[in-house]
Write a protein that binds this ligand. Structure first.
Ligand code: CP3
Length: 422
């Protein structure tokens, strides 16, 4: 495989990129260091081109990624009026905005390539602002999504609390929290910008790239979902260790949740400070509790978290998977947008929630294994459930699965844009 590269020498500014082009073999860029990514609008509106700025021993050079053509060319124009943000605030939009939870990830070969660069781990990728920024950009170009989500993981801010973390590929904490001494030993870093300095670094890089094109979503795990992993030490079907603590020693559970909530509050405020334009709080395991337990053991901490954010004009999205059977309670969290999974009919959910809150969701992620026609049919069904109601953001009901064919995800986004334009 060959790539077209445009060289410039080390002394020249990155803007003076008019040096001669050349064709070189991919091998010769191996071992080079990715310095950054810039996004320059291509000549035609439905084409975009990323410039990957590399540095090798001999020279700095720009790698022109293959131009990616979009069927609609829809939202390529510069605008400061982001459709996604308008929908978050329940304002009317020209079309329904769409992004996908976990849109940067293994289903994209471009992600797997960047992930493999340097042979590092997933955490190394999270901590490398240039590569993390690159994988954040990929789904914007490839899928034509209306919002970008900063690349990281919900568990990365737990590391500076003093818990060694690994991904294999699921998360594993070497020493899970089980006792009062374990909770006491947890650190709540004063300065999250310093504790996870790669996060604001990625945010700043991305804001520069995306300005006028798509807004940047920052995120964190909800306190309960973070505590699930901290106490279990790894993924689980029912997170019985945390539930044992919750039912058996509520004081200890509360002490843990207070520390996690405060860390989370500082972490999300730090992201707002670093320029993110929306925040999503992932409560992947919130639906593990019965409604009365949700009210007692999850809701107070989520309320405290959201209430403690320096929101400015930043919309807060609360995604509580499995929350469809307790919508009134989930609404009490105080978010501007609720993320919903596919176990609810959005029309019925919105009848319960009322017009003052936006919703996001909720295609079953496995529908992306179906035929193009079936995907279109399902997109239309979900759009119909929201017809005449502003404040809708199309998304999956949970993260995209690693074996989904990317062309089906591209098709889904295209269907949402085409079918929702009136
Ligand atoms: O594109 C994006 O959405 C941004 C990146 C992102 C990741 N994780 C990257 C990731 C986001 C928003 C998350 C959130 C996350 N992480 C959640 C909440 C959302 C959800 O899916 O429920 C949870 C529970 C985690 C914890 C986690 N991280 C698990 C369970 C796993 C392993 C299994 C899996 O889903 O991949 C991870 C690893 C992880 N996080 C990967 C990615 C791209 C795969 C790692 C790899 O590249 O090897």
């Amino acid at each position: 495989m060959t790539l077209e590269l445009s060289y410039h020498d080390q002394q020249r500014n990155a803007k003076g990129l008019t040096g001669g082009t050349d064709i070189i073999h991919k091998e010769s860029i191996r071992g080079s260091k990715l310095l950054g990514v810039s996004d320059e609008r291509a000549e035609t509106p439905n084409e975009s081109m990323l410039h990957y700025l590399h540095e090798s021993e001999s020279a700095s050079f720009i790698q022109f990624a293959e131009p990616i053509r979009h069927p609609t060319g829809g939202n390529r124009l510069k605008s400061t009026e982001y459709t996604f943000l308008k929908a978050c605030w329940c304002k009317p939009t020209d079309y329904v905005p769409v992004w996908l939870m976990r849109q940067a990830g293994r289903y994209l070969k471009q992600y797997r390539n960047v992930r493999a660069q340097g042979g590092g781990t997933f955490l190394d990728l999270c901590k490398d602002p240039a590569r993390a920024a690159e994988v954040t950009i990929q789904p914007i170009d490839i899928l034509n999504a209306d919002a970008a989500i900063l690349f990281s993981d919900i568990l990365t801010p737990i590391e500076p609390m003093g818990m060694a973390l690994d991904f294999m590929p699921g998360p594993v904490f070497e020493k899970p929290i089980r006792t009062a001494a374990d909770v006491d030993a947890l650190i709540v870093p004063e300065d999250m910008a310093q504790a996870v300095s790669y996060v604001p670094a990625i945010s700043k890089r991305l804001r520069a790239v995306f300005e006028g094109r798509v807004p940047l979503i920052g995120f964190g795990g909800a306190p309960f979902t973070l505590a699930c992993y901290m106490v279990e030490g790894k993924g689980s079907k029912n997170f019985a260790e945390l539930k044992k603590m919750m039912y058996g020693d509520f004081k200890l559970y509360d002490a843990l949740m207070q520390k996690v909530t405060e860390m989370d509050r500082r972490y999300l405020n730090m992201q707002i400070e670093a320029g993110v334009q929306a925040i999503q709080i992932f409560d992947t395991w919130g639906g593990l509790l019965a409604p009365h337990d949700f009210e007692r053991c999850i809701l107070p901490y989520v309320k405290q978290l959201i209430g403690g954010l320096d929101r400015k004009d930043i919309p807060i999205i609360y995604f509580c998977k499995g929350g469809g059977g307790m919508l009134e309670l989930v609404k009490e969290a105080g978010a501007d947008v609720l993320g919903l999974d596919w176990h609810v009919n959005l029309g019925k959910a919105r009848d319960i929630l009322g017009p003052d809150i936006a919703v996001q969701g909720n295609l079953d992620p496995t529908v992306l294994y179906a035929s193009k026609d079936y995907i279109e049919h399902e997109v239309q069904r979900i759009l119909d459930e929201n017809v005449g109601r502003p404040g809708f953001i199309f998304n999956l009901g949970h993260g995209i699965l690693p074996t989904v064919p990317p062309e089906n995800a591209i098709h889904m986004v295209e269907c949402v844009h085409r079918l929702s334009r009136n």
